[in-house]
Design a binder for this molecule. Structure first.
Ligand code: AMP
Length: 400
């Protein structure tokens, strides 16, 4: 019997593996290794027992892949080689407008895109090479975070910089979270009984990283992240938009460029504003206990989000739904309510009872009778990766 599908999400310091059998919506099991390369490196199998997976001290990606795969093998989740392996790859530049079967030339192109995502693509490539060594006969597929946004029109993707920056260095807006926004499009279309290519929505992916996308008739037309995943909304530790004029001040204050990068990526956002945490759940609880920083952080987060949702309307001719997803979007009635309170003029009105009811990863509608449609839909990026991988396996079979 053909083995399961293996989905690999290799981040800069983490690694997630998920195994799918016939149902490509829900993995049969997944495993997560975190804080790789540090003394706190740890891994856990997300089975009923939440089995801890022993890792060598300061395990990096290599050791983590070996430990996770051998645990899956030992516990018979992965008795043979997988039938296919799908990788999340962060940056596909302008080269990848869809997922791709990995061969030497695709791997070289992913490497070339590393100039655009120096923190992410090398980790993704390392995962690809490691799995190739472990399972040399298994087809591998790359699924890109940027690919879904390759339909952005020029007026949405160009920065107002001298054009040579685009032509010489590829400086433009790429957008990220593409697999999540695509999944939300498909689920929204299914819910509304419409073909995806006739469905228009604003998708708000709110997790540790946050982005919104305007999707018109199934195609991404605008999104809040740009050349990197730093642009746009307030995020867990990322600032989102700031005035680029601030760079002068940062330098005058003595910050070097890597310190500015750390400031904007790791010390800002909800964490920087609240002085407490990057975790929305913690902040919502702290606000209830009267923590002023938490209140301010949530206020800025929700206002910036509402402002971007308003901005996304200019890319659409009609709107079937505004959809909330991601850890915060799926779980926080407070954030949804506060965001929507800024959007009454645009026709959004939240129903308090159903909003509170859909606080725990349950899909559903949260608008009142007279409002535009507002939905909560849990995202599932792994399912898109599994389906794209299966697509390539099926087309191999058709051609063999
Ligand atoms: P993700 O990156 O999609 O896993 O989302 C992580 C974010 O979701 C963190 O900020 C969590 O605090 C937030 N989150 C998860 N559950 C809740 C909840 N019940 N209420 C508010 N935020 C939540």
């Amino acid at each position: 019997m053909a083995g399961p599908l293996l989905v690999v999400n290799s981040g800069s310091s983490s690694l997630k593996l998920a195994l799918f059998k016939d149902d490509l919506e829900t993995p049969v099991v997944s495993a997560l290794a975190e804080r790789l390369g540090t003394r706190e490196a740890r891994a856990v199998l997300k089975d009923a027992a939440r089995t801890t997976i022993p890792l060598p001290e300061q395990a990096g990606h290599h050791a983590a892949v070996e430990a996770l795969v051998s645990t899956l093998h030992r516990l018979e989740w992965l008795p043979n080689a997988p039938r296919g392996i799908g990788h999340r790859v962060v940056h596909g530049g302008e080269r990848f407008k869809a997922s791709a079967r990995i061969d030497a030339s695709v791997a070289a192109d992913i490497e070339a895109c590393a100039a655009l995502a120096p923190l992410h693509n090398p980790a993704n490539l390392e995962g690809i090479h490691l799995l190739q060594t472990l399972f040399p006969n298994t087809p591998q597929v790359a699924v890109f975070d940027t690919a879904f946004h390759q339909t952005l029109p020029e007026h949405a993707y160009l920065y107002a910089l001298p054009r040579e920056w685009y032509e010489r260095c590829g400086v433009r807006r790429y957008g990220f979270h593409g697999t999540s926004h695509l999944y939300i499009l498909q689920q929204t279309a299914k819910r509304l009984g419409k073909p995806p290519e006739e469905t228009s929505l604003i998708s708000a992916h709110l997790g540790n990283g946050c982005s919104v996308a305007a999707i018109a008739n199934g195609r991404s037309r605008d999104t809040s992240m740009g050349f990197t995943p730093l642009e746009g909304l307030v995020m867990g530790t990322r600032s989102g938009d700031i005035d680029p004029g601030l760079f002068d001040l940062f330098r005058r204050e003595g910050l070097q460029s890597d310190q500015i990068t750390a400031l904007l990526n790791h010390q800002s956002g909800l964490l920087g504003l609240s002085g407490l945490s990057n975790d929305m759940r913690t902040l919502v609880e702290a606000e209830r206990d009267g923590h002023t920083g938490a209140k301010v952080a949530i206020g800025v987060f929700c206002f910036r989000l509402a402002r971007y949702i308003g901005a996304m309307m200019s890319s659409l001719e009609q709107l079937d739904a505004l959809v909330f997803t991601g850890g915060i979007g799926e779980n926080s009635p407070e954030v949804r309510k506060r965001t929507l309170s800024h959007l009454k003029l645009l026709g959004f009105d939240v129903d308090e009872t159903s909003n509170a009811d859909h606080g725990h990863q349950r899909a559903g509608a949260i608008h009142t009778g007279g409002s535009r449609r507002i939905l909560v839909i849990p995202t599932n990026e792994e399912s898109i990766i599994a389906r794209d991988t299966q697509y390539f396996l099926d087309s191999d079979n058709r051609h063999s």
